[in-house]
Ligand binder design. Structure first.
Ligand SMILES: Nc1ncnc2c1ncn2[C@@H]1O[C@H](COP(=O)(O)OP(=O)(O)OP(=O)(O)O)[C@@H](O)[C@H]1O
Ligand SMILES: [Mg+2]
Length: 508
């Protein structure tokens, strides 16, 4: 049974994001919503949930339909609440008073440890914050669930838990999921919507199979276009021959036939639609200014602690040297971000426990991209943070996928992927020789992830990074540090960690 229909739905923000979208969402649908960064996935979800008005077309919802929408970003106002209170506050006041047990049930099914219940969300890792947002949506018992990039910030263990949780949802609650994680989409969806500016396409298939079907359909469109244009060319050739014969013989019949042939050629050319060509969402480029120092970062058996002073692990004696691309492995909450922050503080001179080479020019991006203040504009940030003038700033921004209209808009109106691309651009403009990256692939589309991977390797960049993307960390890392048993252990490769955690064996 259909719960929600869109008819010729379109949103235009400067230029059309998508148009003429006709989609039916029925019970038991698990729909993957796929498109490159900035193409309107989050915008479409906001229209489906009724938070945003479409520009054209209609949305029909089943009477009383409750739509649960887990957004791509954690709302800032949530951060001062404890995890439990935030979920409880999602319930209507009366229910919150008498049915608080619902919160415990949901937190239990999502396997959120009791130790986190009363911690302010600001002090929890990005992964736990996302789990809290999901719990706050699910506790309201929606009839339709919209998940915007739900695997961002989750470690592999939590991703497999989320997959398992989705598999246990009542079949009559449809779920729409946007994601750039191919394995996750394959595991959780049975339909795929490729959102496009003109002709979006839906397949009754999970992502990988749908992607193959889409490529085939696009190739068939391209062949049809070539055929139609060839046919039109032939018709015109015949028409011009016939015209000469007709003019010489003075035959009206031949002239009429000539006109008919030209009309047919016109019609074919008019109807011929160019095949879809995927536009890039912008370049990701990095720089590496080099350094003579060999050891860039020295960890002298320092203690990594939670913000409230609980020991998480000791680092042992570790050096990060020029050309090292170290991947920090560990489950959510193990203390990856704590170490990254400690190093960032040392780099900015606030903390002296980590020793840094004097010639280090760091590029640091945190998990929430908090280096990008929402009210600022991309153009103002680029000109303030680099020596390049207005004109060049506009050029490099456009190259990074931030087009002219977006350059002077508030950063908080950019899509998640556009923000991530802007963050990478600002890092490059610092001409760093060391990258400190906490989950840099969050929000990036597949092309963006691959570009970042290629740039880090091609520039022989020195970096310390955290990522839960299996493919990314395997391709980028040449050293691996695993937070295990209260120690930071060097391992040869990430495979033991990956198989432990994707099998769900990591301690919760
Ligand atoms: N309030 C707004 N005003 C103007 N433009 C906006 C606004 N919100 C979003 N946009 C623009 O609309 C486009 C689509 O944004 P949206 O967040 O829907 O993309 P997305 O497909 O979800 O991308 P991502 O993969 O990066 O999350 C982007 O170009 C974005 O900059
Ligand atoms: Mg989005």
């Amino acid at each position: 049974m259909s719960l929600l229909n869109t008819n010729a739905l379109g949103v235009t923000l400067g230029e059309p994001l998508f148009a003429d979208l006709t989609l039916t969402i029925s019970k038991s649908d698990r729909i993957g919503l796929v498109a490159a960064n900035g193409r309107g996935k989050s915008t479409l979800l906001a229209c489906l949930s009724g938070e945003r008005e479409q520009t054209s077309g209609e949305i029909t919802r089943a009477r009383g339909l409750r739509v649960g929408h887990v957004k791509q970003d954690v709302p800032p106002e949530a951060l001062s609440h404890s995890l439990y209170d935030w979920v409880l506050a999602a319930l209507p006041a009366e229910q919150a008073e008498y049915e608080g047990w619902r919160v415990d049930v949901v937190l239990d099914t999502l396997q959120i440890p009791y130790a986190h219940f009363h911690t302010p969300l600001a002090d929890l890792s990005g992964g736990w914050q996302r789990s809290a947002m999901l719990a706050a949506t699910w506790v309201c018992e929606p009839d339709l669930l919209l998940l915007d990039e739900p695997t961002n910030h989750l470690d592999l263990h939590r991703i497999s838990l989320l997959e398992a949780w989705l598999a246990t949802l009542p079949r009559d609650v449809p779920v729409v999921i946007t994601s750039h994680d191919r394995a996750f989409l394959d595991a959780t969806t049975n339909r795929t919507l490729f959102l496009r500016a003109e002709a979006s396409r839906v397949f009754q298939l999970p992502f990988s199979a749908a992607r193959a079907a889409l490529d085939e359909a696009d190739a068939a469109d391209a062949r049809r276009l070539t055929n139609d244009l060839n046919k039109a060319k032939q018709l015109r050739r015949q028409a011009s021959k016939l015209k000469n014969v007709g003019l010489n013989s003075g035959s009206d019949l031949l002239l009429t036939k000539t006109r008919q042939l030209s009309d047919r050629a016109d019609r074919l050319e008019e109807a011929a639609k160019p095949a879809h060509r995927e536009r890039s969402a912008g370049d990701i480029k990095l720089a590496n200014s080099g350094t003579h120092a060999r050891a860039l970062i020295t960890l002298d058996d320092i203690a990594v602690e939670t913000p409230d002073g609980r020991l998480l692990y000791k680092t042992g004696q570790k050096w990060l040297c020029r050309g090292d691309r170290v991947v920090l492995l560990g489950q959510n909450g193990a203390g990856k971000t704590q170490l990254i922050r400690m190093i960032a503080d040392a780099l900015s001179g606030v903390d002296d426990r980590v020793k840094c080479a004097a010639s280090l020019v760091p590029a640091y991006s945190d998990q929430q991209l908090s280096q990008l203040p929402g009210p600022d504009t991309p153009l103002a940030m680029v000109t303030a943070q680099s020596a390049i003038g207005d004109q060049r700033a506009r050029g490099v921004l456009a190259g990074a996928g931030i087009d002219i209209q977006m350059q002077e808009r508030r950063i908080d109106s950019l899509s998640g992927g556009q923000k991530a691309r802007l963050a990478m651009l600002l890092l490059r403009l610092r001409e760093p020789n060391f990258y400190l990256l906490d989950e840099p692939t969050n929000h990036l589309d597949i092309e963006g992830q691959e570009a970042l991977e290629a740039e880090l390797v091609a520039h022989d960049a020195s970096c310390l990074l955290v990522s839960h993307d299996r493919q990314f960390l395997r391709n980028v890392g040449n050293r691996f540090w695993w937070i295990k048993g209260r120690k930071l252990q060097e391992v040869d490769d990430p495979e033991a960690f990956l198989s432990d955690h994707s099998a769900g064996l990591g301690t919760p």
